[in-house]
Design a protein around this ligand. Structure first.
Ligand code: SF4
Ligand code: SF4
Length: 96
């Protein structure tokens, strides 16, 4: 299991409330989507982020640039893709 799989495995074993709190914390602490020009008002209003884990945005996405490769999570979890708000979560992309 690599680091991303381990983290997802740990998260899946957490009680829902703890998992939700962790997600909210990481959205604020790690995810740089809010600084991205593709991050829309709709995404902001829906408090979206952490798309690499949680999957596509529920908003209409007009992608411009993607800052994922500058995000601390990118290296720590050895992520390989980008534009997660549009294409979905890393694990789905790995499975192809
Ligand atoms: S890699 Fe992208 S989607 Fe994932 S936490 Fe970082 S900025 Fe957010
Ligand atoms: S996933 Fe990439 S393109 Fe989408 S908002 Fe985050 S940094 Fe921007």
């Amino acid at each position: 299991m690599d680091k991303l799989e381990e983290a997802l495995d740990q998260m899946s074993k957490m009680p829902q409330e703890q998992r939700d709190n962790l997600i909210e914390m990481e959205k604020k602490r790690v995810c740089v989507c809010k600084k991205c020009t593709s991050y829309s008002e709709c995404m902001k209003d829906s408090n979206e982020g952490l798309f690499c884990i949680l999957g596509k945005s529920s908003c209409k996405v007009n992608v411009d640039t993607c800052m994922c490769k500058d995000c601390p999570a990118y290296n720590s979890f050895n992520l390989k893709n980008d534009f997660y708000c549009m294409v979905g979560p890393e694990m789905d992309l790995r499975r192809g």
